[in-house]
Design a protein around this ligand. Structure first.
Ligand code: TXA
Ligand code: MG
Length: 538
């Protein structure tokens, strides 16, 4: 099909109106996002919307009208409750959708078999003209391919819909940028099913208590039913993986910079103010305190992710879920398929270094100075006792349990270190569990500064959680001598351990502080004390 690209002249609006009257599909601008419109009372036309979008048939559509009186004129609802009238007075035309008991004329395709219907009067002048010229009620979901970010420009629509629909009416960029707030007034206490520019507080100022549906901010369990079917899907997602990162500005920036330093396939989605301090490619969504600007930019930003070459993962700074932020959070958490990383609230000092360099001694000195030390080795021993970890290790390496059900660590080590691929498998299974345990320990520890003592700080990804990284290095011969002096370590084992580690240049490059420990224990202790003094005085 050849999709017509229309402008918003009167002539083009007439053309669009004629297409709709004949059961065709027209993408129309609204103040929130572009909608993919069809005559709401024509079930066949509506069915084509689902086909064009690839939308599951159990997800109902919003019906748009030009005037409040159209709701009665077209018998769209069974009745208009008092609270709906008040909301309409306060917020229509505008970015609010009200769910009411449906009228008999509403085809099942629109309501997806529910006994309710969603109604909205958009404020965009072109949408309004199209609705009044056609005299129709228009069913219109967002005009994107199902699952992708909603379109806020005609270009976004044409990227998804060219060749699938009769026409696209270009009315410029949408001013709101996120879809309407959806509220049901069918329940005793009206309930927000989807947050938008119109906030809970604004709604409550008009009709009193308003609830927020559980699914707005939380992932539905498998057996939970969605009040708003559109809220249960992974949604708004670019091709790249989106991960939300919750934490202070400072921690977020450090986190992304540490990842990008070693992995160029990542990007940041952040506030304007953060961009100068981020080394990764950034997609900015507006000034930190301007949530309306962020809402306007959000979907364009999510689409822009896939336009940066080679980006596989984007780390988005998690907004607060207050006010308009609730709408941002609701969209982003779905774009991320609910994958969230919580950064620690305390200052984390990563302590690492080459084998034999004196990291453990340095950890002891920091502990003497009063800092809580969380040991990755200890966390690793706890992690392999975890039943889920054990199950995953058995799935990967066969039966590696002893008769008492505990992990046979010698056997696991033998298999895991036999090939690089097995080592990677072991790490992929254990590192997340180790990190989880270390973070728990850090939260429990006394004080605001916690040391992560970890020989595999960089390999595990623990480095990215650290505010500062201190590495202990020493000359190879000196390290070799120290290791030989330790009981029970063979020369072969020493060589293996050394060659499995990053070289000194790596530690120099990716650490914030370095202590060279070629001297005596007393000298190391002194260096560590100096480091500590700098740390606590900063
Ligand atoms: O801003 C908007 O609302 C845009 C523009 C085009 O008006 N439209 C839009 O439609 O976002 P759509 O289909 O992408 O989202 C409609 C949402 C879905 O989450 C759907 O499940 C919910 O509204 N919905 C529609 N009818 C419903 C009903 N009867 N009961 C509960 N939820 C309903
Ligand atoms: Mg949508």
């Amino acid at each position: 099909m050849n999709t017509l690209h229309l402008s918003n002249t009167s002539e083009d609006i007439e053309t669009a109106s004629a297409i709709l009257s004949k059961g065709g599909l027209v993408a129309m601008p609204t103040e929130t996002v572009y909608g993919l419109a069809a005559d709401a009372l024509n079930g066949d036309a509506v069915r084509r919307i689902f086909e064009a979008k690839g939308r599951p048939m159990d997800n109902p559509l919003i019906v748009h009208v030009a005037e409040f009186s159209d709701i009665d004129r077209l018998h769209l609802v069974a009745e208009i409750p008092e609270k709906a009238k008040k909301l309409a007075d306060a917020f229509w035309p505008g970015p609010l959708t009200i769910i009411m008991k449906k009228g008999a004329v509403i085809p099942d395709e629109v309501s997806a078999g529910l006994d309710t219907v969603a109604i909205r009067i958009p404020s965009h002048p072109d949408a309004h003209r199209l609705l009044s010229v056609s005299g129709l009620a228009l069913a219109a979901p967002s005009a994107n391919t199902s699952g992708k970010p909603s379109p806020t420009t005609a270009k976004h629509v044409s990227d998804d819909m060219d060749g699938k629909i009769e026409a696209i009416l270009d009315g410029g960029a949408c001013s709101v940028g996120v879809e309407s707030t959806v509220i049901t007034v069918v329940t005793d206490v009206p309930r927000i099913l989807r947050p938008g520019l119109i906030t809970r507080e604004q709604l409550e100022s008009v009709i009193g208590e308003v609830a927020v549906d559980h699914a707005v901010l939380n992932k539905l369990e498998n057996n939970e039913k969605a009040a708003s079917p559109g809220m249960k899907y992974k949604h708004y997602a670019p091709r790249a993986r989106v991960i939300l990162v919750r934490g202070s500005d400072e921690k977020y920036i450090t986190f992304v910079n540490r990842i990008y330093a070693r992995d160029k396939s990542v990007a940041a989605m952040c506030y304007d103010e953060d961009k100068p301090r981020l080394s990764a490619p950034c997609i900015t969504i507006g000034a930190r305190d301007d949530e309306e600007a962020q809402a306007q930019a959000l979907f364009d930003a999510l689409r822009a992710v896939d336009e940066i070459d080679g980006v596989k993962t984007v780390y988005a700074h998690c907004p607060s879920a207050e006010g308009v932020g609730m709408a941002l959070y609701n969209r982003l958490i779905r774009a991320a398929a609910f994958e969230v990383i919580d950064l620690p609230s305390k200052r984390i000092i990563g302590l690492t270094g080459q084998t034999g360099a004196g990291k453990s001694e340095a950890a002891g000195y920091l502990a003497e100075l009063g800092l809580p030390v969380v040991s990755a080795d200890k966390a690793a021993r706890l992690a392999v006792g975890d039943s889920e970890v054990k199950a995953m290790l058995c799935a990967a390496f066969g039966d590696v349990l002893d008769s008492d059900g505990e992990l046979n660590r010698r056997l696991v080590a033998e298999i895991a270190f036999s090939t690089p691929k097995n080592t990677a498998t072991l790490n992929a299974i254990t590192h997340p569990a180790i990190i989880r345990i270390m973070l728990e320990e850090a939260e429990k520890a006394d004080g605001d500064i916690v040391v992560f003592d970890a020989s595999q700080l960089f390999e595990s990804g623990e480095d990215r959680l650290c505010d500062r990284i201190l590495s202990i290095v020493a000359d190879r011969d000196i390290r070799l001598g120290r290791l030989k002096a330790r009981d029970g370590v063979t020369e072969r084992e020493i060589q293996r351990r050394m060659s499995a580690q990053f070289d000194e240049a790596f530690f120099l490059r990716f650490s914030d502080d370095i202590i060279e420990n070629n001297g005596t224990p007393a000298q190391l202790r002194e260096r560590v004390r100096e480091f500590y003094e700098r740390l606590v005085s900063a």
